[in-house]
Design a protein around this ligand. Structure first.
Ligand SMILES: Cc1cc2nc3c(=O)[nH]c(=O)nc-3n(C[C@H](O)[C@H](O)[C@H](O)COP(=O)(O)OP(=O)(O)OC[C@H]3O[C@@H](n4cnc5c(N)ncnc54)[C@H](O)[C@@H]3O)c2cc1C
Length: 351
């Protein structure tokens, strides 16, 4: 029997947790997995993006290499969300109707092929006819999609990881190379730290949303003629509704803006079908501000070879789509690890 080996995953956001669960299926008999993170599910830091996410699965058309790669990762994640929603009701994932209404659709939304690539795998997908569009809306679609109660889902994944034999600890690293000293015989460190470590390509995208108790049955996204976006996302397991939202690259203010809250709620009252008993009033639970960990060119998935046989495998920079692409990213990271001989090629059957 060969010497016991520990594989380390840095990060307990949706990317680190999904990746850790996926790697668990590929461990050799002598390998175990240790997850280390500054923030763990149930923590609330503006720099820990995952618990703040809406989160809904909403396709984003585009023809750049990043868009096409994400479309493929998203497609695989959609199937995974379907399986988890059916098999694990406590995970906080629910199938709902999704609607998009765009007042000034960018060119990629009018390109049939771009639309087909990202939307055609969705259940019940169809482009709305002009007679179905509300006044002022130029383009719209309808489909079946998934919404995720993000803090519940992250806690669920951590629990599942531990039940399957994984270990988790809290800790802040200055450099991913520190992780090689956390256990004996560490050959692989998987860097799912969101922003990476001083990567000049990484940047934040601030998001402000508002969590309200008022229920809504569908996730609806509206692009306004000024280019801003409004959306409502029901949170499964009676978690209320997320009303959003802003996307502000390089904006660091950690405080919610009262003006932004007012605008988000006013738009939501106009456009989204809250039940009549709300009487147009919102029962606000919390203003939310989070920083999406974005990166020029998208997620970095790369194996960096150090001295000897040691590797840092990077998987960070998911920006505003971490939940939507999580399973695809986890699979791509693991495939790279298999190619480098760091874990087993054949997965043990498991969700
Ligand atoms: C308002 C808002 C709405 C959003 N809506 C959606 C949505 O609808 N759909 C969607 O798919 N996505 C959405 N997102 C984006 C989504 O939240 C992110 O893409 C996702 O959470 C990124 O996950 P991550 O695991 O890469 O990073 P994070 O969740 O930030 O996790 C990073 C992990 O790395 C750890 N870490 C970082 N540095 C260190 C260090 N030096 N040492 C040790 N540990 C470290 C952190 O503690 C944490 O555990 C939204 C985000 C925001 C803010």
């Amino acid at each position: 029997m060969s010497e016991p080996e520990t594989v380390i995953v840095i990060g307990a956001g949706v990317i680190g947790l999904t990746t850790a669960l996926h790697i668990q299926q590929h461990l050799r008999r002598n390998q175990s997995l240790l997850l280390i993170a500054r923030d763990l599910p149930s923590d609330t830091s503006v720099n820990y993006a995952s618990p703040w996410a809406g989160a809904h699965y909403r396709p984003v058309p585009g023809s750049s290499p990043q868009s096409l790669r994400e479309a493929d990762q998203a497609r695989r994640t959609y199937e995974y969300l379907r399986q988890i929603a059916a098999a694990e009701p406590g995970a906080g994932i629910r199938f709902v109707q999704g609607v998009e209404h765009l007042e000034a659709p960018p060119p990629e939304y009018l390109d049939e092929q771009s639309v087909r690539i990202v939307y055609s795998h969705l259940d019940e997908f169809r482009v709305l006819s002009p007679t179905e569009l509300p006044r002022g809306v130029k383009w719209g679609v309808h489909y079946g999609t998934y919404v995720i109660n993000s803090p519940v889902y992250c806690a669920h994944m951590l629990r599942k990881f531990i039940l399957k034999g994984g270990r988790a600890m809290r800790g802040t690293l200055t450099d991913p190379r520190e992780a090689f000293s956390l256990a004996t015989n560490v050959k692989t460190v998987v860097n799912c730290s969101g922003m990476g470590f001083a990567d000049p390509s990484s940047f934040i995208i601030r998001g402000q949303t508002c969590l309200v108790r008022n229920p809504v049955s569908a996730t609806i996204t509206r692009q306004n003629s000024d280019g801003s976006w409004s959306f409502c996302i029901p949170r499964p397991l009676d978690g209320g509704t997320i009303i959003g939202g802003t996307k502000q690259p390089h904006e660091w203010d950690p405080h919610p803006s009262p003006e932004t809250r007012k605008r988000l709620l006013a738009n939501a009252a106009k456009w989204f079908p809250f039940t009549p008993e709300s009487g147009g009033q919102f029962d606000v639970v919390q203003d939310i501000v989070g920083r999406r960990p974005a990166r020029e060119g998208g997620v970095r998935i790369e194996a960096e070879k150090l001295d000897g046989e040691r590797y840092i495998v990077h998987g960070y920079g998911a920006g505003g789509r971490g939940f939507e692409i999580s399973k695809g990213v986890a699979e791509d990271i693991t495939t790279l690890m298999v190619e480098k001989g760091l874990v087993l090629g054949t997965a043990r059957a498991s969700l």
